[in-house]
Write a protein that binds this ligand. Structure first.
Ligand code: HEC
Length: 271
């Protein structure tokens, strides 16, 4: 709760009670006070639609109260009657008659006067990766690490192939639905997704990324994206919940093997 706002409302009511304010003024103060309380009285904002509902209830309750006895009806209508009948209030009456439609018109004008533009979604496609992540309780350096199986490409090509084949299995069991069977980001789920899944086969994307970057993105998914550069709304799952660490590294190997791309080297990245 926003204490200063609540205190301010209470002070106004205390003042009105002290002045023995007319019922009309009190009812008006109730109504405005309730609105200020709902709108500004809470640290977490209440949705406008909910405020409208509450204010509808407050209006009905106030009306019911002020019209509940002959004496109250008489008391609320007295200032209104005076405003309308007494000569000295004529300018105020005229101002009120002009102000009510003018306020309504101003409100409509302000609401309509929004430039028509497509929604703006500034999104960094490749946000900066964290220097280090923890996957299955193991720390993995994104900046300084490498795909642990990449070296097998030269030292043990046969074992390397096994990892790539395992990556192929992982890909076609898990990733194909979104990233597509030719890795072009056109799997059968894409029509429901915005942003669409990354196209790994465009000859450009993964060639500019390091394998550890892809490992980060695959293991932490959309939920692991940093705050800045959003909004993300990414459907990319956090695969660490489903796959083993090795399976993710293998899938990354497969992405490069299938597309014939080479990962960006660490030396280049460090500069
Ligand atoms: C439910 C759909 C879905 C599935 C399944 C899925 N992805 Fe994604 N993936 C996405 C979307 C959408 C994006 C683009 C938005 C983003 O970057 O988070 C993405 C992005 C990525 C990226 C980031 C690429 C870049 O350019 O930064 C990697 C890496 C990736 N996916 C790997 C995988 C792997 C590996 C699998 C399987 C283990 C997989 N994805 C399964 C939806 C999916």
């Amino acid at each position: 709760m926003n204490i200063p706002v609540v205190l301010a409302i209470l002070v106004v009511f205390a003042f009105l009670a002290f002045r023995k304010a007319n019922l009309f003024i009190l009812a008006l103060a109730w109504w405005i006070g309730a609105f200020v309380f709902f709108r500004f009285g809470f640290t977490a904002p209440i949705p406008a639609s909910v405020i409208s509902i509450y204010m509808g209830i407050v209006s009905l309750a106030t009306l019911a109260f002020v019209s509940s006895s002959e004496q109250r009806r008489e008391e609320v209508s007295r200032p209104l009657l005076r405003l309308m009948t007494e000569k000295r209030f004529a300018p105020l009456l005229a101002a009120t008659i002009i102000a009510i439609p003018a306020l309504a018109a101003a409100n409509v004008y302000v609401q309509m006067n929004v430039p028509i533009e497509p929604p703006f979604f500034p999104r960094t496609i490749h946000p900066a990766s964290p220097p280090e992540i923890t996957v299955h309780e193991k720390k993995i350096s994104i900046d300084l690490g490498d795909n642990p199986f990449r070296e097998l490409e030269k030292s043990n090509p046969q074992e390397f192939r096994q990892h790539v084949e395992n990556g192929r299995r992982v890909y076609y069991q898990n990733c194909v639905f979104c990233h597509g069977d030719n890795l072009a980001g056109n799997g059968m789920f894409v029509h429901g997704l915005d942003p669409i899944p990354t196209n790994f086969a465009d000859g450009d994307t993964i060639a500019n990324l390091r394998e550890t970057f892809l490992f980060w993105r695959a293991s932490k998914g959309g939920p692991g994206l940093p705050e800045e550069g959003g909004p993300w709304n990414s459907a990319m799952p956090a695969w660490e919940k489903i796959l083993k660490e090795d399976e993710i590294w293998d899938a990354v190997l497969f992405l490069y093997e299938f597309t014939g791309e080479r990962p960006r080297a660490r030396e280049e990245h460090a500069q």
